[in-house]
Design a binder for this molecule. Structure first.
Ligand SMILES: [Zn+2]
Length: 282
């Protein structure tokens, strides 16, 4: 049987990414134009056309304002998971504040999702060596798998020497919290992020495809990720530094077309399905 890969979307509005955290305060968010609905619907239409089920890591803040969008996502057979409530990096939170933020997101999401929410992706991949204390908290709040570790060097996140395949990141007796790290392909001594977000937009498409192929050929499950704003061709242009501008705005027009091609080449599904297969194997 061909290996099934994972596809996931972090559902947040255009002003939520970390690069805007100094520009827009959380109090301003309700005064900004929300643009999350349309590209999320576009993603849903795309997935339905391709008959793909995905995992949607919803930001609690978005779910609270657009409950019908979460309900529609679940009704179309996708998995609802958590991206936290207020998009704060765990590195900037105390353990108590992290617990409350996660709990708040789970309260909203569990009231909208027909299945219990057990998956988490930290804002800005902020499960790092400094935030390992967050794992037992996740577990205690009902999370059973996390997909936040990026095994690379990056200025904001990453655990360069973390395992590149799924592994048990926290254990409580016989119970486990699994980590599904973001996909990388190794070239020489470096791990290259290979499936999603800015990397998928910035790399030449042929390079992205060859990294994904390498990943799959090594028997690794690809964990693809994207955000609704990466599909928004009218994304508001905000003044950013050169590097941030390049990372944030490049390749948006081509995202859907590229995703269409890679989903023809590889078979993708939600975390939920892959975890079911694992349970059957055990
Ligand atoms: Zn995010």
């Amino acid at each position: 049987m061909q290996m099934k890969h994972i596809i996931s979307f972090d559902i947040e509005d255009w002003f939520h990414p970390e690069i805007f955290s100094d520009m827009f305060s959380r109090q301003d968010w309700d005064n900004l134009e929300s643009r999350v609905k349309k590209p999320t619907e576009l993603i849903l239409t795309f997935l339905s056309r391709k008959n793909i089920k995905a995992t949607f890591f919803y930001l609690g803040w978005v779910a609270e304002r657009f409950p019908e969008l979460v309900e529609q996502t679940a009704a179309e057979g996708h998995e609802i998971a958590s991206h936290g409530y207020s998009h704060q990096m765990i590195t900037k939170l105390s353990p108590e504040a992290f617990r409350l933020d996660l709990r708040k997101s789970l309260q909203v999401l569990n009231s909208l999702s027909p299945a219990p929410v057990t998956g988490f992706r930290a804002p800005t991949f902020s499960v790092t060596k400094e935030t390992m204390w967050s794992l037992p908290i996740m577990y205690e709040e009902g999370i059973r798998y996390d997909s936040s570790v990026f095994p690379i060097h990056h200025d904001r996140y990453g655990i360069p020497d973390a395992p590149r395949n799924p592994y048990v990141i926290y254990r409580d007796g016989d119970n486990t919290l699994m980590e599904y790290p973001m996909s990388t392909a190794r070239i020489g001594t470096l791990n290259f992020p290979c499936a999603g977000g800015g990397y998928f937009r910035l790399y030449p498409f042929i390079f992205s495809k060859s990294l994904m192929k390498k990943c799959a050929a090594e028997g690794r499950q690809i964990v693809f990720y994207a955000h609704p704003w990466e599909f928004d061709t009218d994304l508001p242009r905000v003044k950013l530094g050169t590097l941030s501008k390049l990372r944030h705005y490049t390749g948006i027009k081509k995202f859907l077309e590229r995703l269409d091609k890679v989903t023809d080449q590889f078979e993708f599904t939600a975390f939920r399905e892959v975890r079911k297969d694992l349970e059957v194997m055990v």
